[in-house]
Write a protein that binds this ligand. Structure first.
Ligand SMILES: CSC[C@H]1O[C@H](OP(=O)(O)O)[C@H](O)[C@@H]1O
Ligand code: ADE
Length: 316
């Protein structure tokens, strides 16, 4: 069935949100049951339509929502992605976790192009020009914890399926430990060699232009969030090699896309049989945002309350 023959509304609750990055504008493992047009939220429209899929498992079913971070035609540069709308839409659809994919440069010899990484830490090197909070305006002040920006429970869940990654007969590793760190730069230009070397000194393992503010906004929505970083290049730090270009990145997108699909498919199938605990219980984040808001509800304007209700209909 073509997309335009599918329903453009969906009444149920979504369980898992999936965000595709560069080269990942859909996942073949997702058989669509509805295609929602770009969703209007109090923070603007989502980057792309949102496709809804349903998976029947042994003990229930799982609804998955997918959106393409840069739009279906890759028309949005990293600085202009409507991150707030994207995460708000997934929250509004009642997602219980977000699985995000991103093409990254490698800052370590051991992380080869086509390897995948589940980072547990990040360094924000964006320039403060992205809207990166729902709780940063006059009349609404909130400070959520962000010491552990990713969901370790979710990362462990994904890591179970590391053996599905392949690379034309060569080894292909899913790297995962608690120190793996993604650096987020503003772009759109890639880093200089000096910057790339500096990120290595700072402890960076991979680099992209999109984990900030996506991870921050997921935290402000109490959503367990894990990014799967898909390595495409060695950035600019290797003395004897040309610095990264888009051509180099493109050369790895097909293999990475196939692996992303295999990994997502395994994760989704397992979730459809039994929803993992971190999704059932909220991974320790439930209630955290209500606690972190300093502004008294009586002092909030109707407009502010309505925005908050879009995300948390039960809190205020
Ligand atoms: C085309 S390489 C730079 C581009 O790739 C990554 O995008 P995404 O994270 O959406 O996969 C990186 O963050 C840059 O936006
Ligand atoms: N070297 C790099 N720097 C920033 N973002 C990237 N995405 C893919 N490769 C990248």
């Amino acid at each position: 069935m073509s997309d335009c023959e599918l329903p453009s509304t969906f009444e149920g609750e979504v369980d898992l949100g999936v965000i595709g990055g560069t080269g990942l504008y859909h996942l073949p493992c997702l058989e669509k049951i509805a295609v929602l047009p770009p969703m209007a939220t109090p923070w603007g429209y989502t980057s792309s339509p949102i496709t809804i899929s349903k998976f029947i498992g042994a003990n229930g079913h799982l609804h998955v929502a997918f959106l393409a971070r840069h739009g279906l035609d890759h028309q949005l540069p990293p600085t202009k992605v409507p991150f707030r709308a994207n995460i708000a839409a997934l929250k509004h659809l009642k997602c219980k976790a977000v699985l995000s994919f991103s093409a990254v440069g490698s800052l370590q010899e051991s992380i080869k192009p086509r390897d995948f990484v589940l980072p547990q830490q990040l360094i924000d090197r964006t320039k403060g020009i992205r809207e990166s909070s729902y709780l940063n305006e006059e009349g609404l002040v909130g400070h959520v914890g962000f010491g552990d920006p990713f969901s370790e429970s979710f990362a462990k869940y994904i890591y179970q399926f590391r053996d599905v990654l392949t690379n034309e007969g060569k080894p292909c590793t899913l790297h995962f430990d608690k120190d793996k760190t993604v650096v987020c730069m503003e772009g759109p230009q890639f880093s200089t060699r000096a910057e790339s070397r500096m990120y290595r000194l700072l402890g960076g393992d991979v680099i992209n232009m999109s984990v900030i503010p996506e991870a921050k906004l997921a935290r402000e929505c109490e959503l367990p969030y894990q990014m799967v970083c898909m390595s495409t290049d060695y950035d600019a730090w290797r003395e004897d090699e040309e610095p990264v270009t888009v051509e180099v990145v493109l050369g790895h997108l097909v293999n990475n896309g196939r692996n992303a699909n295999a990994l997502a498919s395994s994760v989704i199938e397992a979730m459809s049989h039994n929803m993992p605990e971190f999704m059932k219980t909220g991974d320790g984040l439930r209630g955290s945002v209500k606690m972190s808001i300093s502004t008294k509800p009586e002092a909030m304007s109707q407009e502010t309350l309505e925005k908050l209700k879009f995300l948390f209909p039960d809190y205020w």
